[in-house]
Design a binder for this molecule. Structure first.
Ligand code: ZN
Length: 123
């Protein structure tokens, strides 16, 4: 991949990461501001399920938490994509080593897989 392209993708990834981090913090705040039991907020295994004070129903709370988890996954994918840019392997499929198409990278700049391999893992 050309250096100019890499630069564009890096900027996209950085912007995306910043946005996700902002949203993540907001979500984390609204989901976790009622810990009350003194356990560490950063420890997900002890995350309080009970959040009656939020004024929303259990479904909404669960939805917030699952959304948060997905964003964390996305953040991890973004981090490793940035590492791949530094390592010079960005744009290569982690599964088969083939080139990931540029239109796919434009839509999903953090994807580690080509279309074929992504379809395989989703099955
Ligand atoms: Zn592949």
């Amino acid at each position: 991949m050309k250096k100019a392209d890499l630069k564009i993708f890096r900027q996209r990834l950085l912007a995306l990461r910043a946005r996700l981090r902002g949203e993540y913090t907001q979500l984390a705040d609204s989901a976790l501001n009622n810990t009350g039991n003194g356990s560490g907020v950063g420890d997900r295994s002890s995350m309080p399920i009970h959040m009656a004070d939020l004024g929303s129903d259990a479904f909404e709370q669960e939805f917030t938490l699952s959304l948060m988890e997905r964003e964390e996954d996305t953040l991890e994918a973004i981090e490793s994509a940035l590492e791949r840019i530094d390592a010079g392997t960005y744009g290569e499929c982690e599964e088969c080593g083939g080139q990931i198409r540029k239109d796919r990278l434009t839509a999903l700049p953090f994807t580690p897989l080509c279309v074929k391999c992504a379809a395989k893992t989703q099955r």
